[in-house]
Design a protein around this ligand. Structure first.
Ligand SMILES: Nc1nc(=O)c2c([nH]1)NC[C@@H]1CN(c3ccc(C(=O)N[C@@H](CCC(=O)O)C(=O)O)cc3)C=[N+]21
Ligand SMILES: [Mg+2]
Length: 300
């Protein structure tokens, strides 16, 4: 068996198209342009790439993009003051603080300063609590993108066994909550899980989000299962030449694809969906802020 490849890049392009259509309508009928503010502290090269890509795609769907690049030694006080300004700015509907922050900044404190209604990452404790109790919230972009692909592939997820490998606040835990809400039987596995391989083999859906290159191999996968690979790991690729690297997921693609029914590739799977969902969340936040109907199919 060879797995169906779930094309996240193409799916993300479709999501962005839907967002763009809705944004055009908002402008025309309501005179409103959604705005996304992205705050980057420091000069981490990978973060700069993501922020640039987010800014570009934000403008492409017709939204306003506000980029705030702060010095690596910015004080917590100054960062919090900027967030207060963005919270109060009616042109800003979504705020994202790029993580990780430099070590002297308290991430929890910073994230919880964002107005929950503008928290398009869904990381504010209010949004975490709302999601955990099945109430309307802002949903973290990466798990939302995974959910969209799963719903698209399976239709209903009801009754399926899902194993989420990884227990982070930004992917594992919200992913588990979303799958539970769609009536999956959910298990969260992590570094201390006993017989993790046998556990994964019981799953109809495996979501891998551990940050360990190619950890999940084909012998962990039940024949026909769906594999969602959240990992983005840059590893050495001497076969491509001296000093070269390549991107791999948390799943060993070739061996998993031999057994799985469907699988997301890296790159071109979850990554592009994450940014598309950030735009979708910004649109959702803008609609809610203006008491307008939310975009259908773009929320959890
Ligand atoms: N507050 C916050 N929210 C985030 O959502 C957030 C963050 N901080 N910090 C950094 C991570 C990382 N992240 C990615 C988004 C898209 C791709 C993506 O599109 N990747 C491409 C490949 C990119 C490449 O070639 O390097 C792909 O998978 O096809 C990757 C990584 C969002 N993050
Ligand atoms: Mg820190």
């Amino acid at each position: 068996m060879t797995a169906t490849v779930i094309d996240g890049k193409a799916f993300a392009a479709k999501v962005r198209e839907q967002v763009a259509e809705h944004v055009a309508r908002l402008k025309e009928e309501n005179g409103i342009t959604p705005g996304l503010a992205v705050v980057l502290v420091g000069e981490d090269p990978a973060s700069q790439v993501y922020v640039r890509s987010k800014g570009k795609q934000t403008v492409e769907v017709g939204m306003n993009s506000f980029e705030h690049k702060l010095d690596v030694d910015t004080s917590e006080e100054d960062l919090l003051a900027l967030l207060d300004e963005l919270n109060a700015d009616p042109a800003v509907h979504g705020i994202l603080v790029q993580l990780p922050l430099p070590g002297h900044l308290n991430e929890d404190l910073v994230i919880n300063r964002i107005d929950p209604a503008k928290d398009v990452d869904g990381f504010h404790i209010s949004n975490v609590g709302l999601l955990g109790t099945g109430q309307k919230s802002m949903v973290p972009c990466t798990p939302l993108g995974c959910l969209m692909m799963l719903r698209d592939h399976h239709g209903s997820l009801s009754g399926l066994n899902a194993v989420v490998v990884g227990r982070s606040n930004i992917v594992g835990k919200p992913m588990a909550n979303l799958l539970l809400r769609d009536s999956c039987t959910v298990t969260i596995a992590h570094s201390r899980t006993k017989e993790i391989e046998a556990l994964c083999k019981t799953a109809d859906i495996v979501v891998a989000a551990v940050g360990r290159p190619e950890m999940v191999t084909g012998d962990w996968i039940k024949p026909g299962a769906t594999v969602i690979d959240v990992g983005i790991n840059r590893i050495d690729a001497p076969e491509k030449g001296e000093g070269k690297t390549r991107l791999v997921g948390d799943c060993h693609y070739e061996s998993c694809a031999e057994v799985a029914g469907a699988i997301t590739p890296v790159p071109g799977g979850v990554g592009p969906m994450t940014i598309a969902c950030l735009l979708a969340n910004t649109l959702t936040a803008c609609c809610r802020a203006n008491d307008l109907a939310e975009p259908e199919g773009l929320t959890a």
